[in-house]
Design a protein around this ligand. Structure first.
Ligand code: SAH
Length: 441
């Protein structure tokens, strides 16, 4: 979502004369769009700010404006100015539609600008229509924020309460992207499947639509060939969404469904609102609806109180489900969250060891899945040029990166590739038929 937000910031600044450049040296304004989810991500901001301080000090004719945006800005507010006095602007993820005004204030008052209130208005009502920028796959935020309050997580405090955009505004944005050449839309939300957007006018019976219904409607748009959504919260997967996986061919057979742990004791202490059995049952229903669906997940190791036995249950779950990919993290205590105050914090060395073990299992499963694809033909949306001349890179239905030597006119097309080899994080293939596109999945 930070990628999406950063682009929307650029869209907001374009009308007042800014354009995106490649390096900070060329910039008049540098915005660090930050993540607060774990300590490591948050601390990185201050080391980047250190580098920008030197750069700013060396500028004479063209002064540099330095801004900190996103969730670190939201969480730390004024503290950012204290630790980094050369910062000119600090603003949170819900107020960046006010950027032109903030920039004007920096120029006017020659002093720092802070904007971390949650505004009463929605930023989406102020953002210009999104552009395709030559891409064939694009992000589209439909939901933001979180009301779940997992005990480890800062998101409810930094992104705010759950909010869903109206169906009409989502369809309009999708239409714009598709008109610009986008073929695949990735719907975004911190809990994207908690989506409950205002229904279009004239819907007497349903005042709100869920994600499943939204996906059905989006699939009707001509030219939209692929739909994905991320990130989902297991306890919010409803029947309509499961049926969308069965009935909507445009909906790709890949789902990122964070489970965090395989231990019921830990899941309960995390306030996850699902246990291991419910998660397994849910995966069963998804697989019944779409037998080839591939799943990935998020895991936290070393949550306070996690014993060897709890950890073993996580490994057991990984073995049982057969995830094709995952993000796994050491638990990071975040100030202000309930879990940070729990007494039984796990030692760093234990977390490191568990993470290593877990990642060995997950990597092996991912490699095995990639190997299984060798010899098959896969429809791949070729999205960009690769590092080598003549090479294009795209995504399989299962979100794998696939490289192939292909003529550049195939950029933006869904091409059948014969998979020749598998690597831990990607596949390599060759064009099967030079004459035609194939169906999306
Ligand atoms: N809304 C999704 C997850 C989005 S947050 C859900 O509820 O499942 C992205 C991921 O960051 C989480 O799934 C979790 O694995 C990780 N994460 C969040 N807070 C963390 C923390 N304090 N320490 C370590 N990992 C964390």
């Amino acid at each position: 979502m930070n990628v999406y937000d950063a682009e929307r910031m650029a869209d907001m600044l374009f009308p007042i004369g800014y354009q995106v450049v490649n390096t900070p040296d060329e910039a008049d304004l540098v915005i660090l769009n930050t993540c607060h989810i774990r300590e490591k991500a948050a601390e990185k901001v201050y080391s980047d700010l250190g580098r920008l301080r030197k750069m700013k000090a060396m500028r004479s004719t063209n002064p540099l404006i330095v801004a900190v945006a996103g969730c670190v800005a939201q969480a730390e507010g004024r503290e950012v100015f204290r630790r980094a006095p050369h910062v000119d602007m600090v603003f949170g993820p819900q107020s960046y539609h006010r950027l032109p005004e903030m920039v004007a204030r920096v120029h006017r008052q020659k002093g720092p600008v802070l904007d971390t209130d949650f505004p009463p208005e929605s930023k989406f009502d102020f953002l210009p229509a999104p552009k395709a920028y030559g891409r064939s796959a694009a992000y589209l935020t439909v939901q933001e924020g979180c009301d779940k309050f997992c005990t480890f997580c800062v998101v409810p405090y930094t992104r705010g309460a759950e909010f869903s955009r109206s169906v009409t505004s989502v369809i309009a944005d999708a239409g714009n992207l598709i008109a610009g050449g986008v073929r695949e839309v990735i719907l975004l939300g911190q809990n994207v499947n908690a989506y409950h957007g205002e229904a279009p006018d004239g819907e007497a019976n349903h005042t709100e639509w869920g994600l499943g219904r939204l996906i059905n409607q989006l699939a009707e748009i001509d030219g939209l060939d692929r739909i994905r959504y991320t990130t989902s919260y297991p306890a919010e997967v409803d029947e309509e969404l499961i049926l969308a996986h069965r009935d909507v061919p445009e909906l790709m057979p890949f789902l990122h469904l964070p489970v965090q742990s395989g231990s019921d004791r830990i899941l309960s202490s995390m306030n996850r609102r699902h246990n291991k059995g419910q998660y397994i049952e849910l995966v069963g229903r998804l697989r019944a609806a779409r037998p080839d669906i591939a799943l990935s997940s998020d895991f936290i190791v070393g949550f306070p109180g996690e014993t060897d036995r709890d950890f073993r249950e996580t490994i057991d779950l990984v073995e049982e489900i057969g995830f094709v990919g995952a993000y796994s993290f050491k638990y990071s205590a975040r100030r202000g969250t309930p879990a940070a105050a729990l007494p039984a914090q796990v030692e760093e060395a234990v977390k490191t060891e568990r993470l290593q073990i877990l990642q060995n299992y997950l990597n092996a499963a991912q490699t095995a899945f990639n190997r299984k694809c060798v010899g098959t033909d896969m429809p791949v949306l070729l999205e960009r040029r690769g590092r080598h001349p003549g090479q294009l890179v795209g995504r399989s239905p299962f979100m794998q990166a696939v490289h192939a030597t292909a003529p550049s006119h195939m950029l933006g097309e869904i091409i059948s590739l014969r998979i020749d080899s598998a690597h831990p994080n990607s596949l390599a293939g060759r064009v099967v038929d030079y004459n035609s596109e194939v169906s999306p999945a």
